[in-house]
Design a protein around this ligand. Structure first.
Ligand SMILES: [Zn+2]
Ligand SMILES: [Zn+2]
Length: 249
């Protein structure tokens, strides 16, 4: 399994960068996790929109979904290969279909097939198993666990420290964890619904993961300070993802 980072900014993009978006390739499948501001342009550097097998939307904050209407336009008016099924599966919170239709201003988005995420229902995508748990965030948000051929990737999405996310992360090969806030805001992480580097490190340590990758940095957060704080709490290998970077799981 491999994950390509399309964007690593949380909240709003840093100059010249993009917000949340991750392309996961495993067992011949391509699954997109989130598509925030600017992430579509990075996605199109790598693949055609018709190459995607599914999109997982962790939640409906714009820094995770802002480019989905643009993806829909690309699917609708692009050069469709004859092999394309005509619709792209979108897994997300139950309100995702209504929300995106409202944003686009049309009653139905025919290029997307929406499926409501349920915590108790893993999704099978031909060799790729996907599980979900609700996180602690101001809106309905799901952390995602992807398993394929013995490799396990967990994406925390946006969350404050959470028992459910810790359970979902148990034993992961790679934990792709949000580290939105600088350590100066650690006391306010619960209220904000986010993590700092040290809180992400504690999550990785408690869940017994092999490697921690930090992402979703608020533009004023210094990723290297977050990595240093996470290393103290975790003890295992820690890195900050780079936009355009590819990481083996
Ligand atoms: Zn976010
Ligand atoms: Zn959010």
């Amino acid at each position: 399994m491999r994950v390509w980072v399309l964007g690593r900014c949380g909240g709003y993009p840093r100059p010249g960068e993009a917000c949340s978006g991750y392309l996961v390739e495993a067992a011949g499948r391509r699954v997109l996790l989130d598509l925030g501001h600017g992430a579509l342009s990075r996605l199109l550097l790598r693949v055609s929109p018709y190459d995607l097998d599914a999109v997982v939307v962790s939640h409906l904050h714009p820094d995770h979904v802002a480019d989905l209407p643009a993806l829909r336009v690309a699917l609708r008016w692009g050069r469709r290969p004859a092999s394309w099924a005509g619709r792209l599966a979108v897994l997300g919170p139950a309100q995702a279909a209504e929300y995106l239709a409202h944003v686009v201003g049309e009653p139905v988005l025919e290029e997307f097939d929406f499926y409501a995420i349920a915590e108790a229902e893993p999704v099978e995508l031909d060799g790729l198993r996907v599980r979900f748990r609700r996180t602690r965030h101001p809106v309905e948000t799901y952390a995602v666990r992807l398993e394929s051929q013995g490799a396990v990737l967990v994406y925390t999405a946006d969350t404050a420290p959470s028992d459910a996310v810790r359970e979902l992360s148990r034993g992961a090969d790679v934990l792709l964890a949000e580290a939105t806030l600088s350590e100066a805001y650690r006391d306010r992480a619960d209220a904000a619904g986010h993590l700092t580097g040290s809180l992400a490190g504690a999550l990785a340590q408690e869940a017994g993961v092999r490697r921690l990758l930090l992402t979703h940095f608020f533009p004023t957060t210094d990723p290297q300070e977050s990595v240093a704080a996470a290393q103290k709490a975790f003890g295992g290998p820690v890195g900050a993802v780079e936009e355009g970077g590819a990481y083996e799981v």
